[in-house]
Design a protein around this ligand. Sequence first.
Ligand SMILES: [Zn+2]
Ligand SMILES: [Zn+2]
Length: 407
Amino acid sequence: MHIVRLLRLLSGERLIGLGQEPCYGEGMPEKRDYYEVLGIGKAATDSDIKKAFRSLARKFHPDKNPDDPEAEMNFKELQEAYTILSNPEERGKYDMFGHDRPGGSPFGPRGFQGVNINFDDLFGGGFESIFSQFFGDSASSSSRGSDLLVRHSIPFQAVMDGIDDELEIDVLRDCTGCGGSGSNSDDGARPCPSCDGRGRIDEISMIGPFRQRVRKECPSCRGSGRLVTDPCGDCRGEGRAYQAIRVKFSVHPGVGPGTRLRMRGQGEAASSNRGHTGDLYIELEVGTHPWFERDGSDLLMALPLSYADLALGTSIEIPHIDADDLRIKVPSGSKPGETITISGRGLPRPRANSRRGSVTVVLKLEVPRKTSRTMRKRLNEMRDDMEDELDVLEDRIKKEAMSRRRG
Ligand SMILES: [Zn+2]
Ligand SMILES: [Zn+2]
């Protein structure tokens, strides 16, 4: 086991862009009303909003609509509508101003960027915390620890079988020496005078005729609300220190490369010990197979055969990913480039009880580089014999061209 490379997700990076932000300029469709997007009325309750979001999100989730740009757009539009309407303060502003609120988009100049939600979370309800992070107005979200991203490689075989895996990461956690307080003694800290121990300060700014309150992390205490007077030797008063932790997780069969597993509360500890620990995302990379290429749940391989194997036909058995040998029957008279498809022997499909994918075998002709004298003699005899079996050369050329043009 080795320590893996960790990336700290910046708040913008935590959100995975789901395609380009649509432009609502000339000729583009008007940005839709958030209530219309969720299919609810203006009087909808919080639970109506959540219910509508959950059911539509399941419908448009990328896992259920792979390579479908329209579903992706719908999914993102839905997320944006939910982000605003599920936040009472933002919903109030939207009700008053619609999309043209003073101060521009609440998501900044680039607009809403989309979030990566696990399909599973749409059942359990683990998705709310992702959305509450957009607006740093609640105490829990502003003092939340950073989310972390780690890339982890699993063997190809794990896509077939699934795997219980673990990794070790070095991550900022509450210091064990001081229990996260940053101080050696119980009275070794005093409330920060700049923010009165709140950890945040409010700045008032004017946007046109509107007064807007912007809440910021207090720079004096860096959001902790406390100033340490008797710093702990282990963490130098930080309250957090790097610790090697072991994370265990399960990978389901059929998983695709780039899948992100979200490990709630396994990220970085919050800088103030009142906040929640961030999440850890494990991005899966899948190792290569010695001969298979992967296309979703289908597998593709090339089978190099001799001329005799192609002409006479043959049956081949090779070890396979499902522990049963893979039997490939090559019919007599096969040509290089022809394919044999064996259905139901590919990879499992994620989150579906449907059949496994298929294995497609492309036949190749392998010609020996060197030939012995006796082999050359036999090949020459064979050539003479075959000339008798085949049409005259000119007819052969014409026939080949005709079948090629027929496609
Ligand atoms: Zn400490
Ligand atoms: Zn402060």
